[in-house]
Design a protein around this ligand. Structure first.
Ligand code: HEM
Length: 467
């Protein structure tokens, strides 16, 4: 997905305080909060005044979730499209960008997504910072392209995501989920993220592409490094962030080039072979396109799905009555529960577009070349669209979330695969680890791009492996 974590924008050490003066004009929001409380919603905290909220500051993303949600609620109500300056990124030798418009309302995110000819993806990048040229070699896949290049690539890769191709994967998803549980079920406790949530999406993507089992660990490590760029724990302290990410991208690309050579000689029933099939309309991908698509796929498909599963499990533990509603009628509730998990988790916090010409959005004039950031995290809590938005509700309907992006050409290619993986994983957990509880606070990724959980301990009654 090619975005930096919120990255190391320098902390400014500014403390926020809540003064009685700021109560002025809060009447409406206090009413909302009381209503939320009645139904067991998360109690958001609006501790920052609108002028203090700066989404570019690293310390904003270190705040408790309740304060982050409170800040977005304040922006939606009082200044829904602020222009924010960019910060220097720690250890990243990139020029500081000119700033960006921040879309915090659902309606504005939808409007920008629907108009790719005005809000394009192919200028600079879809991360807030423009990417250096060499980065685009590995990270400039179709997510950073516009038509007609994007359309052609999207049609080629869609070959691997047809309902038939996904139905073929169903057995593999269930088999993989069961063997993941088999590996930990006797222990009675484990790390939910690395032992349960993380392996499934990675193993499934590797299955789809036909990557040998011996390489999955390497793919996992490199992906983590690329997406966790803002988190000092994941990048070598002395290391140059660009060099580390390029190295990781290069190793993934080399693996794919090897795979391409093997599949050209000996095609199989996998996505790699389908993408190299020159007989179909739109032709075959070139070796470079394949490598770049693979990097996009592992980066876009892994952390996102894993974090949806982790946040979903945490929410089900925090809202036991919702867990009970789903457990009582698993099949009947699954469709809405999975959508609510995506909304609740919003694993991708934002994407960026660039104005291809002068325009007006939400009453705000914007100039050609201006950066525009779509804050999915905020749109998914917009009280204009979601009733009681801070409440986790497995039967929420309608649920017009933008967790997979808004309606437009870049809408998540893997959405149906992700939905399937999440449903199957929870089906197996409900069946085989019905009393699983999260036993410690989640250790969160420091990022303004991926809503990640790095570690989260859990415990359950030990059971027997099935195979
Ligand atoms: C819960 C899991 C997931 C979430 C929340 C998610 C979210 C997103 C978002 C927000 C976008 C950008 C949409 C836009 O810019 O309009 C995107 C694009 C994309 N996603 Fe996902 N994704 C998930 C899982 C997956 C999976 C499992 C795969 C593939 C195996 C995948 C592959 C892609 C690709 C290839 C794109 C780029 C599409 C394009 O540019 O045309 N995603 N995803």
């Amino acid at each position: 997905m090619g975005g930096f974590g919120q990255s190391g924008a320098r902390p400014v050490g500014r403390e926020s305080s809540w003064t009685p003066g700021r109560l002025d004009g809060f009447g409406d929001r206090l009413t909302v909060k009381r209503a939320d409380l009645r139904s067991g919603a998360m109690k958001i905290k609006q501790v920052q005044g609108v002028d203090e909220i700066d989404l570019s500051q690293r310390d904003f993303w270190l705040r408790p979730v309740e304060e982050r949600e409170g800040a977005f609620a304040t922006l939606r109500a009082e200044r829904p499209i602020p222009f924010l300056t960019e910060q220097e990124i720690l250890d990243l030798p990139l020029p500081v960008g000119p700033g960006y418009w921040s879309l915090t309302r659902h309606a504005d995110v939808l409007e920008a997504s629907r108009a790719p000819e005005i809000f394009c993806s192919g200028k600079g990048a879809t991360s807030i910072q423009d990417l250096p040229k060499e980065f685009n070699e590995f990270f400039g896949g179709m997510i950073n392209m516009d038509d007609p290049r994007h359309g052609r690539q999207r049609r080629i890769v869609s070959r691997g995501f047809t309902p038939r191709a996904l139905a073929r994967l169903e057995a593999s998803v269930q088999g993989r989920a069961d063997s993941i549980i088999d590996r930990v079920i006797e222990r009675g406790e484990c790390d939910f993220v690395s032992d349960i949530a993380a392996p499934l999406p990675l193993e499934i993507i590797c299955d789809m592409m036909g990557i040998p089992e011996s390489q999955t660990e390497m793919v996992f490590e490199k992906t983590n490094l690329i997406l966790g760029l803002g988190d000092t724990e994941l990048v070598p302290e002395s290391g140059n962030i660009i060099a580390a990410a390029l190295g990781a991208g290069g190793e993934l690309a080399a693996l794919m080039n090897e795979m391409a050579e093997m599949r050209r000689r000996d095609p199989r029933d996998d996505l790699t072979s389908a993408l190299l099939n020159a007989d179909l309309e739109d032709g075959a991908m070139t070796g470079d396109e394949l490598a770049s698509f693979f990097v996009l796929l592992v980066v876009a498909g892994n952390e996102t799905t894993r974090n949806a599963i982790s946040h979903g499990m945490k929410a089900l533990c925090d809202y036991p009555e919702e867990r009970a509603r789903w457990a009582l009628d698993f099949e009947g509730v699954s469709a809405t529960a999975v959508e609510e998990i995506i909304r609740w988790a919003t694993p991708v916090i934002h994407m960026r577009r660039t104005c291809a010409r002068d325009t007006v959005l939400g009453g705000q004039e914007m100039k050609e070349g201006d950066k525009v950031v779509l804050w999915y995290a905020s749109a998914n809590r917009d009280e204009e669209v979601f009733e009681n938005p801070h409440r986790f509700d497995v039967k929420r309907s309608p649920n017009e979330h933008v967790g997979f992006g808004g309606p437009g050409p870049h809408f998540c290619l893997g959405a149906n695969l992700a939905r399937r993986e999440i449903r199957v994983m929870f089906e197996r957990i409900f069946k085989r680890m019905p009393d699983l509880e999260i036993t410690g606070a989640p250790d969160r990724l420091q990022s303004n791009f991926i809503n990640g959980i790095k570690r989260m301990p859990c415990a359950y009654s030990p059971g027997k492996p099935e195979s």
